[in-house]
Design a protein around this ligand. Structure first.
Ligand code: NDP
Length: 400
C-alpha cells in the first residue's frame, strides 16, 4: 500500500461534539480560545450564559452552535433578535440551561459559577456525557449525589480546577491504597502578606486582583479569603475519595506546582506548569490524549526558586470552616457553600467588609440544623434556607 492509499484508508476522526455551560465566563472563554485554534476538531452543540447577551451572541455567530441559552429571561428577546436568520435555536431561563446540558454533546464543560450550575451539570451527567468540571460549587453542595449519579450513569468526570487536574494526572487510580496523602497548593491570594488590620479595609477591586490567575469575580474573592482552597479540599475529597485528614494545603506563591500526590513509599508526584487555565482545560478536552496549547512554557531557571508556607488559620478562617463542614458530613457543605455565595456577593456589592465574609458563613452554619441529604430536592431546600439565613445576617451587618 502506498502512503497515499494508506492516508485514504484511515478514516478521518469525526469532530468531537462539545457544549460549554458558562461560555461567557473566564473558563468558558478560555475553552473557546482552545476550540477556535483547531475548529475542524470540534463541533459546538450548545453555549450558555447568565446575562451577558452581547458576548453570547458574538460567540454564537462565530462558532455556530445548534443551541444557545441565556439564564436570565429578560435577555431572551435580545438574544433571539441578535441571532435571527442564523438557524441557531435559542432558549432561556434555568430550564433553557438544563436543555443545553441535555443536548447531545459528548463533552460538556461545566463552567457556570455557583450552585446555579448543579442542575445542568447533573443533567449532563445523567445522559452519560464526559463532564469537564470547573464548577466546584456543584461538588461542594451536592458531592455525594453528583458522584453517585456519575457512577450510576457511566459519566466520566475530568477535573478542570488546576489543583485537581494536577492530582488527576499523577493519581494512581489502579492502586488507590498506595496513595497516602494529597497536597493542594494555594497561591495565598492577594492578601497573603497583609495583617488583620490591613485585611479589614480591603476593597473588592483589590480582592479580585489575583497575583497569578485571571478569573471570575467570585472565585477571585474566594482565593483572597482562601475559601477557594477549602472548597477545593471538599472537591478533592469527592473526586479522589480521600478522607479530610489526608488532604493537606500548602501555600506556594509562585503557582508552579499545581498539586501533589504522596505515596506510601515516600514518593511525591506533582504536576507543574505556568499558571494558565488553558493547560488543564486542554487536558480535559483531549483526554485521554493531549493537544498543544499556546500556554507559556515553564522555565524553572528563570523562576529561580519555589517557596512554600503553612496557611495562617487566624487570617484565613475559611479553611477551618470548610474542614469542619466536611467532617460534619454532606449537608453542612451545602450550607457553607450557599452562605459563602451570599457573603461574597454582599462583599462585592460593598455591603459587608472582607473579614465579614467568613463570619457570615460561620454564623449561618451555627444557625442551621443540617442533617442527611436524601436527594436533590433536599439540596435545594437547604440551599434556599442557608441563603435566607445568611442574607439576614448580611442585612444586619450592613445595617439595612
Ligand atoms: P465567571 O464569573 O467568569 O463566569 C461564570 C459563567 O457562569 C458565566 O458564563 C456566567 O454568565 C454564567 N452564570 C453565572 N450565573 C449563572 C446562572 N445563575 N445561571 C447560568 N449561568 C450563570 O466564572 P469563572 O469562569 O471564573 O468560574 C466558573 C467556575 O469555574 C467557578 O465555579 C469557579 O470556581 C471555577 N473555576 C474557575 C477558574 C478560573 O480560572 N476562572 C479556575 C478553577 C475553577 P454571564 O457571563 O452572563 O454572567
Amino acid at each position: 500500500m502506498t502512503t497515499e492509499e494508506r492516508a485514504i484508508a484511515i478514516p478521518a476522526e469525526a469532530p468531537k461534539s462539545v457544549t460549554i455551560l458558562g461560555s461567557t465566563g473566564s473558563v468558558g472563554c478560555q475553552t473557546i480560545d482552545l476550540l477556535q485554534r483547531e475548529p475542524e476538531r470540534y463541533r459546538i452543540v450548545a453555549l450558555t450564559a447568565n446575562r451577558n447577551v452581547e458576548e453570547l451572541s458574538r460567540q454564537a455567530r462565530a462558532l455556530r452552535p445548534e443551541f444557545v441559552a441565556i439564564a436570565d429571561c429578560e435577555f431572551y428577546d435580545e438574544l433571539k433578535a441578535n441571532l435571527s436568520g442564523s438557524g441557531i435555536v435559542v432558549g432561556a431561563g434555568p430550564s433553557g440551561i438544563v436543555e443545553a446540558a441535555d443536548a447531545n454533546a459528548e463533552w460538556v464543560m461545566a463552567a457556570i459559577v455557583g450552585a446555579a450550575g448543579l442542575k445542568p451539570t447533573l443533567q449532563a451527567v445523567r445522559r452519560g456525557a464526559t463532564v469537564a468540571l470547573a464548577n466546584k460549587e456543584c461538588l461542594v453542595c451536592a458531592g455525594e449525589l453528583l458522584m453517585s449519579e456519575m457512577e450510576r450513569c457511566g459519566s466520566t468526570l475530568l477535573p478542570v480546577d488546576s489543583e485537581h487536574n494536577a492530582i488527576y494526572q499523577v493519581f494512581d487510580f489502579e492502586r488507590v491504597e498506595a496513595v497516602e496523602k494529597l497536597t493542594l497548593t494555594a497561591s495565598g491570594g492577594p492578601f497573603r502578606l497583609f495583617n488583620m488590620e490591613e485585611m479589614r479595609s480591603v476593597t473588592p477591586d483589590q480582592a479580585v486582583a489575583h497575583p497569578n490567575w485571571k478569573m471570575g469575580a467570585k472565585i477571585s474573592v474566594d482565593s483572597a479569603t482562601m475559601m477557594n482552597k477549602g472548597l477545593e479540599v471538599i472537591e478533592a475529597h469527592h473526586i479522589f475519595s480521600m478522607p479530610e485528614e489526608c488532604i493537606d494545603v500548602v501555600v506556594h506563591p509562585q503557582s508552579v506546582i499545581h498539586s501533589m500526590v504522596a505515596y506510601v513509599d515516600g514518593s511525591v508526584l506533582a504536576q507543574l506548569g505556568t499558571p494558565d487555565m488553558r493547560t488543564p482545560i486542554a487536558y480535559t478536552l483531549a483526554w485521554p490524549s493531549r493537544i498543544a496549547t499556546p500556554s507559556e512554557r515553564l522555565d524553572l531557571g528563570m523562576i529561580g526558586r519555589l517557596d512554600f508556607e503553612t496557611p495562617d488559620p487566624e487570617r484565613f478562617p475559611a479553611l477551618r470552616l470548610t474542614r469542619e463542614a466536611l467532617r460534619a458530613g454532606g449537608s453542612a457543605s451545602t450550607v457553607l457553600n450557599a452562605a459563602n455565595e451570599i457573603a461574597v456577593a454582599a462583599f462585592l456589592a460593598e455591603r459587608i467588609g472582607f473579614l465579614e465574609i467568613a463570619s457570615v458563613v460561620e454564623e449561618t452554619m451555627a444557625a442551621i440544623n443540617y442533617g442527611r441529604l436524601a436527594g436533590l430536592d433536599d439540596v435545594f431546600l437547604l440551599d434556599d434556607k442557608a441563603r435566607q439565613v445568611s442574607g439576614e445576617i448580611v442585612d444586619k451587618l450592613a445595617g439595612s
